[in-house]
Each structure stands twice: as structure tokens, then as C-alpha cells.
Design a protein around this ligand. Structure first.
Ligand SMILES: Nc1ncnc2c1ncn2[C@@H]1O[C@H](COP(=O)(O)OP(=O)(O)OP(=O)(O)O)[C@@H](O)[C@H]1O
Ligand SMILES: [Mg+2]
Length: 210
């Protein structure tokens, strides 16, 4: 996060004074209280912290899945907090890749069909060719016709990753579970990151979708 950005390049992601307050039965809960974060091209950022500290909430806001109560979220210079739900979904389609903690694969579709979904939504004629290339890239070319239930946990995760990267997104958000090693309970410095927000340099742009 300390790498200086080249002058000409807009940050991939910029959060300014982001606040999130949600209401519960017990009253309002201040979850994010003024977050400033800039992520440049090609940077990888890991958000770490105790359970309940707001990592998933921050990632939801950064990926445009949750609107902040106040503040700005700029993806490639565009403020996504001002968009309506439909416009935000359209904007996310080619620009934001998301790998959920429980993957959210569609159980009635094969690995290939799952990866092809966002590409078909983008109206790409070669959706299935691209999906196949992405599955090859994650080492699953021999599993293209397997349904999620016929894949191991790690393989399901790789399908979800292939689906997130297939559109050549500007931002990839990964939700990860906390893993604690035996004997490392409650020792903050040994906690592994359970969430990572990653900005990738676009290496596989989709024509017509800047
Ligand atoms: N809909 C909601 N309404 C009120 N409070 C909520 C809501 N969703 C989450 N919270 C609270 O917001 C806080 C942050 O939750 P969040 O899921 O972002 O934490 P986290 O850092 O990802 O935790 P973990 O490491 O356990 O996944 C928690 O204290 C949670 O109880
Ligand atoms: Mg979480």
C-alpha cells in the first residue's frame, strides 16, 4: 500500500471517508467509521482483523454490493455509490470479480457453464471458449463437465476464481475464511488473513467493455 502510484494512472479503487451504519434490533451499529483506502493498479491488499471488525462489510462496500451510509467509493475513477442498483450491477459485470466465501456456484450448471455465465451476460459470442481457457488456467480442463457437487472444495474455489477473472475485471474481491492453526488461538500476530481485496492489472481485456 505504500507504493507510490504513477501520476497518470487513476487508482483502481479509492475509498474516501466511508461510513456504514446498519440497524439491528438493539439499535444502530456503526460498522465502518471513516475508511480511507487507495489501491493502485496491480496491488494486492489483505484486510485482516478480529472477527466482527468489519472486513467483509468493507469488501462488500468496495465491491459495490453494499451502499455505504456516507463517503465515496471510486472504481477506476467512477463513483459507484451514486448509481442505482441496476446501473451498479451492470457496472460490476465487467469490472469487479468476486469470489464469495462459500463460492456461490450454480449447482445445476457444469463448471464450464458456471464460468460462462458472466461472459454470456456480457453478450460475448465466444463465452464458452473464454470460459474453457479460464478453466485451463486454473488447472481444471479435465473437470469442465463436472457439476459443483462432483468437485472437491478446492476445485470449486478454483471454478469460482475462474468465473471472477473471466471478464478481465479491474478489481477482484476475495472473501476468505479465517484459518487458525492448533495452538494459535487468540494470538493476533498468528492470524492469517481471512479476506483479501486484490487489484489486478487487466491482462485479458474484453472487447467493447473498457
Ligand atoms: N445487517 C447487519 N445489521 C447490523 N449489524 C451487522 C449486520 N451485518 C453485520 N453486522 C455487524 O457488523 C460487524 C462487522 O461484520 P463483518 O461481517 O464485516 O465482520 P468481519 O470482520 O468480516 O468478521 P469475520 O472475521 O467474523 O468474518 C459485526 O459486529 C456484525 O455483527
Ligand atoms: Mg467476514
Amino acid at each position: 500500500m505504500n507504493n507510490p502510484l504513477p501520476d497518470a494512472e487513476l487508482p483502481a479503487l479509492q475509498l474516501s471517508d466511508v461510513r456504514l451504519t446498519l440497524n439491528s434490533m438493539a439499535g444502530p451499529v456503526d460498522i465502518l467509521t471513516g475508511i480511507d483506502l487507495t489501491v493502485g493498479a496491480g496491488q494486492t491488499v489483505a484486510l485482516t482483523g478480529p472477527s466482527g471488525s468489519g472486513k467483509s462489510s468493507l469488501l462488500m462496500v468496495a465491491a459495490g454490493l453494499e451502499k455505504p451510509t456516507s463517503g465515496k467509493v471510486l472504481v477506476g475513477g467512477t463513483d459507484i455509490t451514486r448509481m442505482g442498483e441496476d446501473a451498479a450491477a451492470k457496472f460490476r459485470l465487467g469490472r469487479v470479480g468476486i469470489v464469495f466465501q462459500s463460492f456461490h456456484l450454480i449447482p445445476t450448471m457444469t463448471a464450464l457453464e458456471n464460468v460462462a455465465v458472466p461472459l454470456e451476460l456480457m453478450g460475448l459470442a465466444d463465452a464458452f471458449d473464454r470460459a474453457e481457457r479460464e478453466l485451463r488456467a486454473v488447472g481444471l480442463i479435465l473437470r469442465t463437465d463436472h457439476y459443483p457437487g462432483q468437485l472437491s472444495g478446492g476445485e470449486q474455489q478454483r471454478v469460482a476464481l475462474a468465473r471472477a477473472l473471466a471478464t478481465g475485471p479491474q478489481i477482484t474481491a476475495l472473501f476468505r475464511r479465517t484459518h487458525r492453526q492448533p495452538g494459535q488461538r487468540h494470538r493476533q500476530r498468528h492470524r492469517r488473513p481471512d479476506l483479501r481485496a486484490e487489484r489486478r492489472t487487466r491482462r485479458n481485456p474484453v472487447p467493447g467493455h473498457p
